[in-house]
Design a protein around this ligand. Sequence first.
Ligand SMILES: [Zn+2]
Length: 270
Amino acid sequence: MPEGPEIHRAADTLARAVVGQSLQRIWFAKPELKQYEELLEGCRVQSIAPRGKALLTEFEGGLTLYTHNQLYGIWKVVRPGARPDSKRSLRVAIDTAKASILLYSASDVEIWPSTEIDQHPLIRRLGPDVLDPDLDLTTVATRLQSKRFAGRTLAALLLDQHFLAGIGNYLRSEILFQAGIAAERRAGDLSEDEAARLVQACIAIPKRSYLSRGISPAVGMRADYLNDSESSFQFHVFDRAGEPCLECGQIIERVELAGRRLYRCTRCQR
Ligand SMILES: [Zn+2]
């Protein structure tokens, strides 16, 4: 499952291809969406942005396309009007004069009034998007200490999209390492200083991953995420079981927590 930074980068690519363009044609595989094909013709694509793991494509005229890729869905950008040979089944085709974007294999495809999309059952309960530029430290700190979340272990909380949308498994390991906190701790038991470090890492690390345009394994550099915000994003613990911690040299270990693999340095994380 892609995480917030990958989903945002994919949305950026689609947005660069068609946002601001008028629809020459839109095509849906689902019979119940056929009624919108003619209605949307000529409307401008106003925005394409993720909401959690879903993608919202908003059109001029008040309609929004909701799509969720689940495990198999994939978007492609192609020449205007092109339909490349593919074994995948085409679900949505959006044609503009500048480019076409094609969605394959996804089964969650819906059209909603733009004003009601916040009420979508899979969007309504999502926490703030971790890559929302308006998300601030205070908002995350307040959620962390709230009655609803304070009793949860950090291992479970960081994967819960109702807490913050967009954090997945690699970000969980990296955030906890950066904050220097053990995954079994509970939000409500953190010292003020620990909570501040965790909140900072929850915002800084997804952002750094997003800005770096791709993730790569660490290559013997010191962890320095917060001072060096735009160059590269490296895993400091994730997928590094058996290798030495870049901070202290202790061997990184892998454990299963909240049903997913987690990587940690037990000397750096308390
Ligand atoms: Zn260490």
